[in-house]
Write a protein that binds this ligand. Sequence first.
Ligand SMILES: [Zn+2]
Length: 165
Amino acid sequence: MRRIQEIQTVVSGAIASGRLLKDTNGVYFVLTSADVTASSGFCTQYCGWHTHGTISGSDIKYAFIGNPDRCPSSCEAQTTGPNGNAGADGMASIISHELEEAVTDPDLNAWYDTRGQENADKCAWTFGTTYTVNGASANMKLGTRDYLIQRNWVNALSGYCATSY
Ligand SMILES: [Zn+2]
């Protein structure tokens, strides 16, 4: 996986073959293993991204999430994970980041601030109150599992970062 176009090809292939249904209200995530890089800047320019493109004649939203085990110092909040897999645990927060932005700025022309930051950008790498589990930090329990998920922007009361509203 090297360029944005190649990521879009992964998504369009899955839709064209019928492996995934075409859903203009969905967000398609391409997650890669730790031996895959993205020469457009994974680890140096970004840890993940979201965008949109025309796939099978429709405006489809999709995202790329690299495995941060490639570059813990730039894309992992911690080198341990509450579920024992630093890469996957790190990806959970990046998935959350890109999903929040894909929802509020799906076509890159909706919600962003005067500095060009989307909602999750404004709270990136902040986690609020944390606790320790399995030797790692976590800030929320979802189902039976603990996660360290970055906070998101709350636009009320002049704005702040939070994990709930
Ligand atoms: Zn972002």
